[in-house]
Write a protein that binds this ligand. Structure first.
Ligand SMILES: [Ca+2]
Ligand SMILES: [Ca+2]
Ligand SMILES: [Ca+2]
Ligand SMILES: [Ca+2]
Length: 443
């Protein structure tokens, strides 16, 4: 790291938050303005930011984990609010980039539409979402949709308070340099903003709409901010004239998005920067399972303490890291996977097409199709974009499809440096499932 933290630091959360980009690059992005946030000496911050970001950008590309600081270090100025009525694209509120807007969801019929403009092809849109002022981190209760200029939905997000893949929180990525090993406390609620990412294919107008999710957002306020940055994606995102998009989070089978026959689905493989604490090997206590040294009633029969000799064959011991702050943090990208489900009445032929509506930047996509909760795996392997195949759905029931980007060669993360080494595992994709309505087995 040849640059001071001061110069490069403010880049960090941007770099992390914009993790969907394969090479990190950002044009003159300001920080997000926190509503009511005053900040001090904002002109200097802005100047520092511009000066440092070019060099910081290069450093962050080389060693992203060295970029440390939270977004609020560059926060200033108050935000704005929605203006009702705004329930339709024709009455949408303009949302200026990089600042929070406050909205109110009056009831289940209230939709709040905002619009913004992409200035070049394939820009990344990052939406930051917070709850009301009583509890900013209580973000669950809304559906946020991104629409193209025709109103087609190109991405849908559940604002749930947890998530993975291309939905995550700033607070998931902190690194505390003052007290290593301790979670970094958020300086403002912005650290816990719920992040939603998607790619905008074309220059021009896009819409964001916010609505209550099954009445759970009724009568509540929220805060929303949008940021735009370039992506390195070459092929266009074919986001017009299609019918549906994935809803994140969908990383678990029980979160699978429903599929209809003959509808092109658009999704994005995102990624998340994660860390975990690794204590030194000799810094571990071996305990009997379930034994708590502070609770005498948890001692196993015949034992007078919790210590378990793991070198004795047959002993099942549990490693308990000693919490004395020794150890190191490990870092890596956690890649997105997306679950979908299709209900079949049985006795039909299904045609699956991957990336036929438009090009995908991936070399391979891993497809897993299972019937009835893991009991029958019908397909489990990589396919090439542009490929289609047929599948007989003989039995009635739910067919689950899991998609994930598949590395072609080499490790995803350099074990020495912890730096991400495979660049082609994020970005948009499309697929379609079509029922031929023909019997799968000729009768
Ligand atoms: Ca409203
Ligand atoms: Ca409204
Ligand atoms: Ca996804
Ligand atoms: Ca996902």
């Amino acid at each position: 790291m040849k640059n001071s933290l001061n110069k490069t630091a403010r880049w960090s959360t941007l770099a992390l938050a914009l993790g969907i980009m394969s090479t990190i690059s950002v044009q003159g992005l300001a920080a997000i303005n926190w509503p009511g946030g005053g900040g001090n000496d904002t002109t200097k911050k802005s100047k520092d930011y511009k000066k440092g970001y070019k060099i910081g950008q290069e450093d962050c590309v080389k060693a992203p984990k060295d970029c440390k600081v939270l977004l609020e270090d560059v926060i200033a100025n108050p935000g704005w609010g929605e203006t009702e009525p705004n329930d339709h694209p024709s009455a949408a509120d303009r949302i200026f980039l990089n600042r929070f807007y406050k909205g109110n969801t009056l009831d289940k019929f209230d939709q709040d539409w905002y619009y913004l403009a992409a200035t070049s092809p394939n820009q990344n849109l990052m939406i930051n979402f917070l709850g009301d002022q009583n509890n900013y981190t209580d973000t669950a209760g809304w559906l946020v949709k991104v629409h193209d200029r025709f109103g087609n939905v190109i991405a849908t997000f559940d604002t749930t308070t947890t998530g993975t893949g291309n939905v995550y929180r700033n607070g998931d990525n902190p690194e505390d340099t003052v007290d290593p090993g301790e979670p970094l406390l958020a300086k403002t609620p912005l650290s816990d903003a719920h992040i939603m990412l998607t790619t905008l294919s074309f220059p021009g107008r896009y819409y964001i709409s916010v609505e209550s999710l099954e009445d759970t957002g009724d009568g509540r306020a929220y805060h929303i901010a949008a940021m735009i940055s370039p992506s390195d994606q070459m092929s266009p995102n074919p986001d017009s004239n299609f019918q549906d998009a994935e809803t994140e989070p969908n990383d678990l089978q029980e979160q699978a998005d429903p599929l209809d026959s003959n509808v092109h689905i658009f999704g994005t493989f995102g990624r998340k920067w994660v860390r975990w604490f690794v204590p030194p090997e000799d810094n571990v206590d071996w305990l009997w399972p379930g034994c708590d040294p502070a609770d005498i009633s948890s001692l196993p029969l015949g034992q007078d303490n919790c210590n378990c000799d793991h070198t004795v064959p047959g002993n099942i011991c549990v490693a308990q890291p000693r919490n004395d702050g020794q150890g190191t943090w490990e870092y890596a990208y956690d890649y997105d996977n997306d679950w979908f489900r299709y209900h079949s009445d049985g006795n039909e032929q299904l045609h699956f097409e991957m990336c036929t509506k438009g090009n995908c930047d991936f070399t391979r996509v891993h497809v897993r199709i299972i019937y009835v909760n893991n009991s029958v795996v019908l397909l489990d392997g990589p396919i090439l974009p542009g490929v289609s195949f047929d599948l007989g759905a003989a039995s009635p029931g739910t067919y689950f499809i899991e998609l994930s980007p598949e590395p072609v060669d080499g490790p995803k993360v350099d074990p020495e440096s912890g730096v991400h080494t495979v660049d082609d595992l994020t970005g948009p994709y499309n697929f379609m499932l079509r029922s031929t309505k023909l019997p799968a087995h000729g009768g």
